[in-house]
Design a binder for this molecule. Structure first.
Ligand code: NAI
Length: 304
């Protein structure tokens, strides 16, 4: 028996990349799946299409699974509510929400437009809220449910040219932790995955320098399917005590991120003035850290 037998999963952005692999893996684990995707371009601009979602459904059905397609956008509250209604209409319940849909509008910060900022925040952060919130009523009624949200090392660490995306992705990590606290009383869990995969999204990374090219080569070896087992596990009852956590899946490695907590402190019994902070406080504290002068090299970084 599969680990998600009898469960219903809604996977957003499941028409391609990581979302499709998660939807396929969840169906293989026994879940009935709502395959959501607007079929957007990478930037979210231009025409949308039902084809990517239909293709995912076709694969699930060829393998003997059950799926329905939703072409609603996560970036709209009413559409998010329709998505949840689709699950209830088709399968009578909803047990798992995977917030995976996303777009990119990369831009160096001093040139980033309000539109570039808002569109990315809207799909990633607002979209994760809308879909999670729409499902919360069902989860509460059922006294059970699992959220799996896609965050990113771009947010957890920072990245060049991605202020909009980084802010949204760290926001999603915060959203997940607060959902875990608020919904724990109803038996609902919420966790994040920072995935790594060669996909439409990462194939847009510019590779100008040798260091960039080496990084892209490593990423090319990481198929989106490598992230799916962790998502299935987190959605399943086998993860019954796992909540409020941030995991990363990097090829054959899985790791958990350190919980943010103060790393160093200084105490002054008289209290602080700006001058004493400048003399004794902050340099001593922040000197601990190397300046972040480049895109964090998450591939050479040792998680252990
Ligand atoms: P992708 O571009 O292949 O897939 C994203 C999917 O979301 C597309 O099928 C697109 O049509 C859909 N989508 C876009 N806007 C939507 C909307 N408003 N409503 C519904 N669907 C929408 O990207 P990929 O790489 O598979 O990324 C999946 C998730 O993983 C994203 O949240 C991304 O930020 C995250 N991620 C990916 C990483 C990677 O290495 N590929 C690294 C870190 C995070």
């Amino acid at each position: 028996m599969g680990m998600l037998e009898g469960k219903v999963a809604l996977v957003t952005g499941a028409g391609g990349g990581i979302g499709r692999e998660i939807a396929l893996a969840m169906a293989l684990a026994g879940a009935q799946v709502v395959v959501n995707d607007v079929g957007a371009s990478l930037s979210g601009l231009g025409e949308t299409s039902a084809t990517p979602g239909e293709q995912t459904r076709a694969i699930i059905e060829q393998r003997g699974g059950r799926a329905v397609v939703s072409t609603d956008s996560v970036a709209d509250w009413e559409a998010a509510r329709r998505m949840v209604a689709t699950a209830l209409d088709a399968f009578g319940r909803l047990d798992v929400v995977v917030n995976n849909a996303g777009i990119l509008r990369d831009q160096i910060f001093h040139k980033m437009t309000p539109e570039e900022w808002l569109s990315v925040i809207n799909v990633h952060l607002n979209g994760s809220f809308f879909v999670s919130r729409a499902a919360a009523d069902v989860f509460r009624r059922q006294s059970a449910g699992a959220y799996v949200h896609m965050t990113s090392t771009s947010g957890l660490i920072g990245n060049l040219g991605q202020a909009n995306y980084s802010a949204a992705k760290l926001g999603i990590a915060a959203l997940s932790k607060s959902i875990a606290l608020d919904m724990g009383r109803f038996g609902v869990r919420s966790n994040c995955i920072a995935p790594f995969a060669w996909s439409r999204m990462t194939s847009s990374i510019p590779a100008e320098t040798d260091a960039h090219k080496a990084r892209v080569a490593k990423l090319q070896a990481m198929g989106p399917e490598k992230n799916a087992p962790l998502a299935v596990f987190l959605a399943s009852d086998a993860a019954a005590h796992v909540t409020g956590q941030i995991f990363a899946a990097r090829h054959n490695e899985v790791f958990v991120f350190n919980h943010p907590r103060p790393v160093r402190g200084v105490h002054r019994s008289e209290g602080w003035t700006p001058e004493t902070l400048a003399e004794h406080g902050m340099p001593a504290l922040s000197g601990h850290f190397a300046p972040l002068d480049r895109s964090p090299d998450v591939f050479s970084w040792d998680p252990v």
